[in-house]
Design a protein around this ligand. Structure first.
Ligand code: GAL
Length: 427
């Protein structure tokens, strides 16, 4: 059996601080202030300065993998200039991980952009593909001798929906056709980067971290609720994986959106990253403009999400049908009650283990997140971390009870995984 990766996940903007990008620009312009939300960034969790202490925590946690992202705005502050200084620090960070036998899992795009990007080469234009490619090539050439796993994009559909659908992420354009064009270009950019990476060595593994939600029809007896469920599920969960198999990007959500375009992805992906958090209920709404309605039936966490551990099993089963190895690239909970976080971990890992026992090829699990951090539209108020960050007191780090609990679970599950691998050898 392959080595199982146990890790935690973060993203650059959410933790690093000392960044000027499209999000900080929007914050300055007051564009996030709406619906009673007013997220403030204020140097995230100050990780850019405190990274050594944070990586010490990784060692203490005993993980053998760490997912993080490169901050594009830091590395390419202007379209024609790259910051060697920023790359040098990422190099020191990666070297530290390797020295401690922690596999780096970098994400190349996790929601944020340099300030110039949306003017210069927005994702709904073809130019974006080459601009992203150039940025990635720079990173890849610098780190290909030490990084084996690459995640090209984090949650491309979530990002385009926020940036071009609801318009609550920069660039804040509300246009569903442009949203699909942006998604198309992102997927083409992925495939170009895939070719670049694989042409260097077949041993590299390149994937996308996708967000998956379990959708359930509200009234099982009501066919229209089910129809809504099936349409939303097909769009949200399957549109991207299907495009890799069918070479077509197809959305059918009449009367809101209809889109169909050939896209030559040719199944160019080595693993599917699964980000799983919750379940939503779907309902048919009597409305000519938008019959699709979904909501959280049992809000339980600080972000108002349902805790539904069985859902991770369903999602893993569903994605396994696409025939690629799976890595759980994110799974976590925003809550202050540590008992609930520990239960969340225990239950989700139980279902992941069940999936492995049933023969589903799962290569790793990353808890979101190592530290309390900036949670996009919610700001610092939602705490997903295994480590508490005291924002008022020099960003002091305090490991929570769940930190030690996760450490212990890793040990327990490593023994269980060993048993499975010995049994497989006997067969
Ligand atoms: C994901 C996202 C992360 C993190 C997490 C918790 O969708 O990739 O950046 O914010 O949700 O909400």
């Amino acid at each position: 059996m392959k080595k199982f990766f146990w890790g935690v996940a973060t993203s650059s903007f959410q933790i690093e601080g000392h960044i000027e990008n499209d999000f900080t620009q929007w914050e300055k312009e007051g564009k996030f202030k709406r619906d009673g939300l007013n997220p403030t960034y204020d140097n995230g969790s100050n990780h850019w300065i405190m990274w050594k202490e944070d990586f010490g925590l990784l060692k203490e946690l005993n993980v053998n993998a760490y997912r993080f992202s490169f901050e594009w705005s830091r590395i390419q502050p202007e379209p024609n200039s790259f910051s060697e200084k920023a790359l040098d620090q990422y190099e020191r960070m990666i070297d530290y991980l390797l020295k401690n036998e922690i596999e780096p899992f970098p994400t190349l795009h996790h929601f944020t952009h340099p300030i110039w990007f949306h003017e210069f080469s927005p994702w709904h234009t073809e130019k974006s593909i080459d601009v992203y490619f150039e940025f990635v090539a720079k990173i890849f050439n610098r780190f290909k001798d030490r990084v084996r796993y690459w995640i090209t994009f984090n949650e491309p559909l979530v990002w385009v929906m926020a940036a071009y659908g609801e318009g609550n992420f920069p660039p804040g354009i509300k246009n569903l056709n442009l949203m699909m064009d942006a998604l198309y270009n992102i997927l083409i950019a992925h495939s170009k980067v895939y070719d670049l990476i694989k042409s260097s060595s077949q041993n590299f593994q390149t994937g996308i971290a996708n967000h998956f939600i379990v959708f359930k029809s509200d009234r099982d007896w009501f066919l229209l609720d089910k129809a809504v469920r099936n349409r939303i599920h097909k769009f949200f969960n399957l549109v991207i994986p299907d495009a890799f198999i069918t070479n077509n990007l197809i959305v059918s959500l009449p009367p809101i959106l209809k889109y169909e375009k050939e896209i030559n992805l040719n199944n160019k992906i080595d693993f599917w990253g699964v980000n799983y958090y919750y379940r939503l209920f779907t309902k048919f709404k009597l409305s000519l403009s938008n019959p699709f309605y979904f909501y959280t039936k049992h809000p339980e966490t600080d972000t108002g999400w349902e805790i539904y551990p069985k859902g991770i099993f369903k999602v893993l089963k569903m994605i396994s049908k696409y025939g690629k190895p799976i890595i759980v690239t994110e799974n976590g909970i925003a809550i202050n009650d540590e008992k609930i976080r520990m239960k969340f971990l225990r239950k989700h890992l139980k279902f992941i283990f069940k999936a492995i026992q049933q023969g589903i090829d799962i290569d790793g699990y990353f808890y979101w997140s190592l530290l309390d951090n900036y949670e996009w539209l919610f700001g610092k108020s939602k705490r997903f971390g295994l480590v508490y960050v005291d924002y008022e007191n020099e960003f002091k780090r305090i490991p929570k009870e769940s930190f030690y609990y996760y450490k212990n679970l890793i040990q327990i599950y490593n023994q269980k995984l060993d048993v499975i691998s010995t049994e497989n050898k006997v067969v």
